[in-house]
Write a protein that binds this ligand. Structure first.
Ligand code: DAK
Length: 255
């Protein structure tokens, strides 16, 4: 059985984690398949936005504890699992997480590697690593702190508690909570709306926003300015502004 299912609904695609018997625990094999699917869609001009989802019961219950349990520090360092995980964060197209059920440990981190999180009211988020005698290892200490601030991130990571979708919304981790039956549709609707925009402008916006997590304000502003100027050499910018003046919908070609 494939560990990842890809549903193409051009101009968007839905990538589904498919390891239900283990609540979508993120084994190395699953992560390899996930990255291969995401990178293939990232390079496909017919796809303009991607939704990442799991099952109703579980987005992902974390990295695979059974596969990590007996590793030594030297072994896990040599295996370098982060090299694969980092490639999720390197996807250039808009990536929306549609989360239902568990998003725990590495599952929560995976959702945070996406650009936007849409959550079902059933979603449960948490960084549970502390309960296993470890800390988050796929960006949780950094991305969660950026998302919800230091005091809350400390509470989440040091307590190993599980938080509801409403709490995650209030904390600023997720952008929307939907009724249980609606989370995937809502994420797809948003992906379709985003897919109408210029892919070049989308990539530039994503790059500029992510730079804000990584650099001081002056550097981020400089990067934003450079990206802004570059867009004036694209046909999409001419089309977008021409369409406005002609009072019609723009048709962006990605050039
Ligand atoms: N790993 C392996 N198997 C898991 C799993 C996991 N994280 N979560 C669930 N499963 C398996 C269970 O073992 C069980 O399998 P069988 O025993 O039937 O063979 C099956 O899924 C169903 O689970 P339960 O029977 O436990 O189901 P319940 O509904 O009773 O409970 C639960 C659901 C989500 C509360 C419970 O399964 C649970 O507590 N799961 C573990 C949650 C957790 O602690 N997650 C954090 C794991 S640590 C890194 C990248 C990532 C990470 C670290 C480094 N690098 C790139 C360096 C991440 C670390 C983590 O995520």
């Amino acid at each position: 059985m494939p560990l990842i299912l890809v549903h193409r609904e051009e101009p968007i695609a839905v990538v589904q984690l498919n390891r239900p018997e283990a609540l979508n625990a993120l084994s190395p094999a699953l992560m390899q398949e996930l990255v291969a699917a995401l990178e293939s869609l990232d390079g496909d001009p017919k796809i303009r936005a991607i939704v990442l989802t799991g099952s109703e019961k579980s987005f992902a219950a974390g990295a695979d504890i059974k596969e990590m349990a007996s590793l030594t520090a030297a072994e896990i360092k040599k295996e370098n699992p982060l090299a694969v995980w980092d490639r999720v964060a390197a996807v250039k197209k808009p990536l929306i997480a549609a989360v239902s059920g568990f998003a725990l440990g590495g599952g929560c981190e995976l959702s945070m590697m996406c650009d936007i999180i849409i959550a079902s009211e059933t979603a449960k988020f948490g960084q549970l690593e502390i309960n296993l005698g470890i800390i988050p290892g796929a960006g949780g200490t950094q991305r969660l702190t950026h998302a919800i601030g230091k005091s809350k991130a400390m509470e989440w990571i040091l307590s190993g508690n599980i938080y509801s979708a409403e709490e995650a919304l209030k904390a600023g981790l997720v952008s929307k909570v939907t009724p249980a039956a609606e989370y995937l549709n809502e994420a797809k609707k948003l992906a379709l709306k985003i897919a109408e925009k210029s892919p070049i402008a989308l990539a530039a916006a994503k790059k500029a926003i992510l730079a804000s997590l990584d650099s001081p304000l002056t550097e981020g502003l400089q990067r934003e300015r450079e990206l802004f100027y570059q867009l004036f050499d694209t046909e999409d910018q001419k089309e977008g502004m021409q369409a406005f003046m002609e009072k019609r919908k723009p048709c962006f070609k990605g050039s």
